[in-house]
Design a protein around this ligand. Structure first.
Ligand SMILES: *[C@@H]1O[C@H](CO)[C@@H](O)[C@H](O)[C@H]1NC(C)=O
Ligand SMILES: *[C@@H]1O[C@H](CO)[C@@H](O)[C@H](O)[C@H]1NC(C)=O
Length: 335
């Protein structure tokens, strides 16, 4: 799908932005694309570039109108990345990402602090954003007066989240989120960033899987909620919010291991790399793949989750390729 997109766009610059979570049907449901079992066929390689080894200062840019409950859920997820909670926790899930190192043998950091937030409630770039316009959104956030975010090229990571009424190029058609780095000519420095859209109204079946099922796929296969048409219930009560969290998790794993698009990825084409989370899309527990999420937990209300977070929260995040075990892995693994 990513390759295809590049062909469509021919040699356009956009081709370089296609570092995206492409939750297309092929990737999501074809067993061949999921590697829950060990595989030597995965050609994940290190390409000598940096990874995020310094403690990360994370800055959120809330673009558009956001529901405060959804914001609170997302903040709690981000806080859970580096704070201990009941095993298996979000921080335990992040340990897989910490297994990746740079040339000097330094691991990806285990410290991610939500350091600043910016509220672009006036849709500074409008409601239809090109991929490149995301960089202009970041520029606005670091230049606004008086509540600007710092421009932090040393250890800053910027997360742009667009609300349900914002249309982003390729959102809901080819991607649920993507990551890249800013151009100094636009933002003033090179900083890694990720964008993820709230899919709750535009395309929950595509980007809030497995809390919503894609209509075009017919009934969910047996094993998901007993094969009924209703899906796994969202642990924090909203498919869009719980769905965006799994996509944020995906993008954070990839931007940390491939921030300048020259570190950890598989495949020969750096403009359409398969990154450490792409290898495990749709897998949330043991046995997952091919349309089955895998063994996950159910709370007493029947909500599905696989990790614990701060303040008693529960979350469902996809597994990540583990370079030591050479398979997709998460802390809720049965083996
Ligand atoms: C750092 O990465 C190496 C190689 O994957 C791993 O053996 C080691 O346990 C990692 N250290 C931490 C703190 O995760
Ligand atoms: C998918 O199904 C949902 C719920 O039945 C509906 O609201 C939505 O419009 C459908 N989407 C498409 C693309 O058919």
């Amino acid at each position: 799908m990513r390759m295809l997109l590049c062909h469509f766009l021919l040699i356009s610059l956009s081709c370089f932005f296609v570092l995206a979570l492409t939750w297309n049907q092929d990737q999501q449901y074809n067993q061949a694309k999921n590697y829950e079992g060990s595989s030597d066929l995965v050609d994940l390689e290190y390409h000598m570039g940096p990874v995020l080894t310094s403690p990360i200062n994370l800055y959120i840019i809330w673009y558009g109108q956001w529901n405060p409950n959804h914001q609170a859920t997302i903040r709690d997820f981000l806080d859970s990345l580096s704070y201990a909670s009941t095993y298996p926790s979000v921080a335990d899930w992040w340990r897989t990402i910490r297994l990746y190192t740079d040339q000097t043998g330094s691991n990806i950091t285990g410290s991610i602090s939500l350091t600043g937030e910016f509220y672009d409630t006036w849709y500074s770039e409008g409601r239809y954003l090109s991929r490149l316009a995301i960089q202009s959104v970041i520029r606005t956030a670091v230049r606004s007066y008086p509540h600007a975010l710092p421009l932090n090229p040393d250890n800053g990571l910027y997360l742009v989240l667009t609300s349900s009424d914002v249309h982003v190029q390729d959102f809901c058609r080819a991607v649920c989120g993507f990551h890249y780095f800013t151009f100094p000519a636009i933002v003033g420095a090179t900083v890694p960033y990720a964008w993820v859209g709230y899919s709750g109204t535009q395309c929950p079946g595509m980007c809030a899987y497995p809390f919503a099922w894609p209509n075009y796929s017919g009934k969910p296969p047996p094993g998901i909620n007993g094969g009924a048409n209703n899906m796994l219930r969202a642990p924090n009560g909203d498919a869009g919010a719980d769905g965006i969290i799994s996509v944020i998790a995906h993008e954070l794993a990839e931007v940390s291991s491939n921030p300048l698009v020259n570190a950890w990825y598989a495949g020969d084409d750096p403009t359409a790399p398969t990154e450490i989370a792409d290898l495990c899309v749709g897998v949330y527990g043991s046995g997952g793949g091919g349309g089955y999420v895998g063994k996950v937990y159910m709370d007493s209300w029947g909500n599905g989750y696989n990790v614990n977070g701060v303040r008693g929260r529960k979350f469902l995040v996809q597994w990540i390729w583990n370079p030591v075990r050479k398979r997709c892995f998460g802390p809720n693994a049965m083996d």
